[in-house]
Write a protein that binds this ligand. Structure first.
Ligand SMILES: NC(=O)C1=CN([C@@H]2O[C@H](COP(=O)(O)OP(=O)(O)OC[C@H]3O[C@@H](n4cnc5c(N)ncnc54)[C@H](O)[C@@H]3O)[C@@H](O)[C@H]2O)C=CC1
Ligand SMILES: O=C(O)CCC(=O)N[C@@H](CCC(=O)O)C(=O)O
Length: 474
């Protein structure tokens, strides 16, 4: 059937608005069929060979690091220096996932209470659909793809419709490393193709990173299909709590890094700065002063910017409207959200005090917009920090070890830090959240867990058994 015009996808450079790519949405049926066909051979390829191929992939990425970083910077708008760190994370993922596979899954001999020997081994699920977001278009899908391939699954990867070029580049690197076209495929498309993949009867697992809205839709679509493994890595409305510390400049820098790195487009970005009243007049002006100095520019500018644009004009419009909506409900701007060019999505870092808003909307505003909430004391700060349906990351600035112990005990989130940013999580640790942030299938080091299922066996070379009771004499 000829394709509809709506199947044409386009990708734009956020910093300039220039179109950089046009393509068609992929054929879900065909992609899944190829993946299913490739599965038996890949699943039975020795683990050592699969690992070797992924190590080759890491080398291919290293070889193309400059081109890859440039592409990420162009297609997402993030600064070039930051795009380079994303490429490094793609490379580092391979060794970390090899270790994780052995530690979390792999094969083990078990102590057997029975006669014979007992073993725990893991099997791949089959065809995995990987659905990626735009903010880390290489690193985050790669965080599903690499462990899935090591475990012996085949992968159909649908990149975000906003970053198809980076998605395609990533998969080309896998192919250049010798991994078959059917073992790892890119499938272009938007939510529609995502839905079809999720629902496809030959897809055995859905590994998703994106918004809570889409994650919930996936969960709902699979409510009557318990056979699929589903990992949902979703957003956050993350708190950073500041209580008195003599290190005001460092605390301010930590807040800035948490809120505005990647123009606030990190799932772990701090959205709410919760400050006790005895520290407000010291820390808030320091944060404002530092935010005033941040360089906002296109990714390749010299001097290098701290942050670039958000992904597109629609997102920039939504953030501008959200800032105004918070103001109209009683928010007090500390630093206005500005958009130097109304036709481009470059937004200045913005800060608004929302203490006086009675019912603050508990939504993820995915951009450079930080809300400040003044509270009476540390108890109130903890309670305000937990005043969210999400639970991805949280951080405490200042205080003593006993304060952090209390914070750690009472905060509901998958990442709970002390005097460190809410973001910048390590790939060598589990990465996931609770509430609307995830479905208890953390990624990063624990991605190994959802990429294979355990099979226990008790084994003997020959049958040996006798029935001790309940038998009639011969
Ligand atoms: N917890 C984590 O590890 C991370 C979470 N995120 C979250 O991702 C979001 C930003 O990324 P976006 O690309 O805007 O997310 P999104 O949810 O709009 O899209 C993510 C992917 O899902 C697909 N999709 C959308 N609706 C779908 C549906 N109903 N069924 C199947 N697939 C569907 C999209 O086409 C895309 O490939 C933020 O909410 C951010 O917090 C981003 C990075 C990491
Ligand atoms: O997935 C990993 O390997 C580690 C987690 C990670 O990289 N987290 C980053 C990015 C998360 C994001 O925005 O979306 C972070 O915590 O900054």
């Amino acid at each position: 059937m000829p394709r509809e015009v709506s199947d044409i996808l386009k990708s734009y450079e956020p910093a300039t608005g220039k179109e950089i790519w046009q393509g068609e949405a992929g054929d879900v049926e065909q992609a899944v069929a190829r993946s299913r066909e490739a599965f038996p051979k890949w699943a039975t390829t020795p683990l050592a060979v699969r690992i070797e191929m992924l190590r080759r992939f890491a080398n291919v990425v290293r070889k193309h690091a400059d081109d890859f970083a440039e592409l990420i910077a162009r297609e997402t708008g993030k600064p070039l220096w930051e795009a380079h760190t994303e490429v490094q994370a793609v490379v580092a993922k391979v060794d970390i996932s090899v270790t994780a596979y052995a530690e979390r899954t792999g094969q083990k001999k078990l102590d057997s209470a029975l006669q014979g020997s007992a073993a725990l081994r893991h099997k791949p699920h089959g065809v995995m659909a990987v659905l990626g977001p735009y903010n880390f278009p290489a690193h985050l899908p790669n965080g599903h793809i690499v462990p899935a391939l090591i475990a012996g699954n085949t992968v159909v990867f649908k990149p975000s419709e906003k970053t198809p070029v980076v998605g395609e580049f990533l998969v080309r690197c896998l192919h250049e490393a010798g991994i078959d076209d059917g073992v790892a495929q890119v499938l272009h498309g938007g939510p529609e193709e995502g839905k079809q993949l999720v629902a496809h009867k030959s897809v055995n697992g859905v590994l998703f990173t994106g918004s809570a809205r889409a994650g919930i839709a996936i969960n709902r679509a699979l409510a009557s299909d318990p056979s699929k493994i589903v990992a949902l890595e979703m957003g956050g409305n993350n708190p950073i709590v500041a209580i008195p510390t003599p290190k005001i400049e460092d605390a301010a820098a930590t807040i800035i890094q948490s809120a505005f790195t990647t123009a606030g487009q990190r799932c772990t970005a701090a959205r709410r700065l919760i400050v006790t009243a005895d520290f407000y007049d010291e820390i808030v002006p320091a944060v404002r002063a530092l935010a005033d100095r941040l360089i906002l520019d296109e990714p390749f500018a010299d001097p290098a910017p701290f942050m670039g644009p958000v992904i597109d004009n629609e997102t920039a419009d939504l953030l501008s409207e959200s800032f105004l909506a918070l103001m109209s409900r009683g928010g007090r701007p500390i630093k206005h959200l500005k958009r130097p060019d109304p036709d481009l999505p470059l937004l200045s870092p913005s800060i608004i005090d929302t203490t006086e808003i009675e019912e603050r909307p508990d939504i993820e505003l995915f951009g450079p917009l930080l809300q400040v909430i003044k509270v009476e004391d540390f108890d109130a700060a903890i309670s305000e920090a937990n005043n969210t349906r999400y639970g991805l990351s949280a951080s405490l600035l200042g205080g003593q070890p006993k304060d952090f112990e209390r914070f750690w005990t009472q905060i509901r989130a998958g990442i709970v830090n002390w005097n460190r940013p809410t973001n910048g999580a390590s790939s060598a640790a589990p990465f996931g959240g609770i509430g609307l942030s995830g479905n208890h299938r953390p990624a990063a080091f624990y991605a190994a867990d959802y990429c294979a299922y355990p099979v226990t066996s008790t084994e003997m070379v020959q049958p040996r058994a006798s029935i001790g009771v309940g038998l009639r004499d011969k």
